[in-house]
Design a protein around this ligand. Structure first.
Ligand SMILES: [Zn+2]
Length: 145
């Protein structure tokens, strides 16, 4: 996600709105130009927004990873088939349509999945919902993180 840089942010202490470099905001290193207190709420909201978008995009990332890794043809599935993909099982059905002939376990080696391998039970990972995996891949944001 791209923010306008510098990004307008309101100070939660004095309510003064000013422009701050995105890099400083996201690192929680921006200090209010009026009262000098560290800006927390604004940057936290930015991180939360980034997280929600990352969750939405996660299935797309996984599919694109699979396309690249297994040399698949994404045009072989319809938008509807993409939208109706809820479980890893559905994902596997789709990539098989796209030309995937490998073992389901190979999916666990994809970049988008690698981080999750230690968080899921890999023997029945086909039953996981993609939404659930997207949430695991993008943990809740905490201030200062
Ligand atoms: Zn202030």
């Amino acid at each position: 996600m791209k923010f306008i840089d510098p990004f307008p942010t309101k100070c939660e202490c004095c309510n003064e709105k000013n422009l701050y470099p995105v890099k400083d905001l996201l690192a929680y290193e921006a200090h209010c130009k009026s009262c000098g207190s560290r800006l927390i709420d604004g940057p936290l909201g930015m991180h939360k927004g980034k997280r929600l978008i990352a969750i939405d995009l996660w299935p797309v990332c996984l599919l694109l990873d699979a396309c690249e890794e297994f040399d698949l043809d994404i045009d072989r599935i319809s938008d509807e088939e993409f939208d109706n993909m809820y479980l890893v099982k559905d994902f596997i059905k789709n990539i098989e349509k796209m030309g995937f002939t490998g073992e389901p376990g190979m999916i666990l080696e994809l970049a988008a999945m690698k981080e999750l391998n230690k968080l899921i039970v890999s023997s029945n990972f086909e039953q996981y919902s993609l939404k659930e995996l997207a949430l695991l891949a993008n943990p809740e944001v905490k201030p200062g993180y």
